[in-house]
Design a protein around this ligand. Structure first.
Ligand code: ZN
Length: 394
């Protein structure tokens, strides 16, 4: 019996060592068959390219980017508090509306094969919910390109902005954020009580930026793990950066990793430049979910970045010494299955029934794709072609 008609057939792609035809229907990967055997729909030649799941960026700041503007020189400032103040000044001087800059960035990353993101958006008593509202509107406009999850991010601290943080979740933010309970708010338990309180009342996950260093940061991680278990939020809490995990001695690392694994607290790293970073292989071996994001892209925090998640996997893999083929496969997991799990999305691994979110690249297999980060030849979101050769399909 012939297959039911497909919306699109990707013919002759490489999939985990096999040459296959992929039949896409209703936004799903409906059928995987030996190459040259599928019929019943428009055919896009896969030309023997490697098919990977759509890439997932677990941590980005759409609202901060300068992308699309003339170059703005970076203003150095050593402290987090100083950088927050400098950023406010720089963004206030920009005429280009945030929604336009954010859209520019979304289109740029979608063309590079990212099909789902978790973006943070600044909320504080001064700016209110303007940024959140702009991103909620943008989410609908770009839904054909990528799925967008929004974290209410208290960039200016939690204690003085608790009301607006909760208002943001009530207004549609998907996740409640936090930031350096010790070094920003100087009251660990007070900040965590507010963040976890909002999560419990509103039924949303948590994602906390944690730059606090060394033993202090590790202590905070264990307090976050303890509160996660007490609140029954296992699998719904992430900590971004967690530099401390790359700074503490073995005994503290072992104790903290065990607490994170037991509580199902995930750790995000972007492979930060000069900072110590969480030991990726060690944490994964201990049962901790580790995922990757771009973080800052061409903004007041960093002039670097382009949102290319294969490049980011390569960067993290380089810094974390992902060298064997098995470790390079972990590199892909860090930008696909792991962040998808944190975002509460189905596993994006390409199998019959999975979402038809995928990219084609010129590589023989996954380890080569992670090590080489080749350009994206084709991007498909929900069964529709959204980009070819790095350019959005119009
Ligand atoms: Zn961030």
């Amino acid at each position: 019996m012939p297959d039911a008609p497909f919306d699109l057939i990707l013919s002759d792609v490489r999939l985990d060592g096999r040459r296959c035809d992929l039949g896409l229907r209703d936004g799903r990967l409906a059928r995987i068959a030996p190459a040259g055997t599928l019929t019943g729909g428009p055919v896009e030649p896969g030309r023997g390219l490697l098919a990977l799941p759509g890439l997932v960026d677990g941590h980005i700041h759409l609202d901060k980017t300068f992308l699309g503007l003339p170059w703005l020189p970076h203003r150095p400032d050593g402290s987090v508090a100083g950088r927050i103040a400098a950023e406010k000044t720089q963004l206030a001087a920009i005429a280009e509306p945030m929604a336009r800059r954010a859209r520019h960035l979304v289109e740029s990353i979608a063309a590079r094969g990212t099909t789902a993101i978790r973006t943070h958006v600044d909320v504080d008593a001064g700016a209110g919910l303007a940024g959140l509202k702009a991103l909620l509107a943008l989410r609908a406009e770009v839904a054909h390109l990528l799925s967008l999850q929004i974290v209410a991010f208290p960039q200016s601290g939690v204690l003085r902005h608790a009301r607006v943080l909760e208002d943001a979740v009530a207004a549609g933010a998907d996740v409640v954020g936090g930031l350096d309970p010790a070094c920003i708010d100087e009251d660990i338990e007070a900040q965590l009580a507010i963040v976890f309180g909002i999560a419990e009342r509103r039924g949303v996950p948590i994602d906390i930026h944690l730059h606090d260093p060394g033993e202090l940061g590790a202590f905070e991680l264990r307090r976050i793990a303890a509160r996660t278990r007490a609140a029954g939020l296992q699998g719904r809490v992430a900590v971004s950066h967690a530099y401390a995990l790359g700074q503490v001695e073995e005994a503290t690392l072992a104790r903290t990793a065990a607490a994170l694994a037991l509580a199902g607290v995930a750790i995000m790293t972007n492979g930060p430049g000069p900072e110590a970073m969480p030991p990726v292989k060690r944490l994964v071996a201990e049962g901790v979910t580790v995922f990757v994001g771009s973080d800052n892209i061409r903004d007041a925090w960093s002039p670097y970045g382009n949102g290319d998640m294969l490049e980011r996997a390569r960067l993290v893999g380089y810094r974390a010494a992902l060298l064997s083929d098995a470790e390079l496969r972990l590199g892909l997991d860090l930008v696909t299955s792991a962040p998808a799990k944190v975002l509460g999305l189905p596993d994006p691994t390409l199998a019959e029934g999975a979402a038809a979110d995928l990219v084609l690249v010129d590589a023989a297999h996954v380890p080569e794709a992670v090590a080489a980060a080749p350009p994206r030849a084709l991007v498909v979101k929900a069964g529709r072609i959204t980009a070819r050769d790095g350019v959005l399909a119009r």
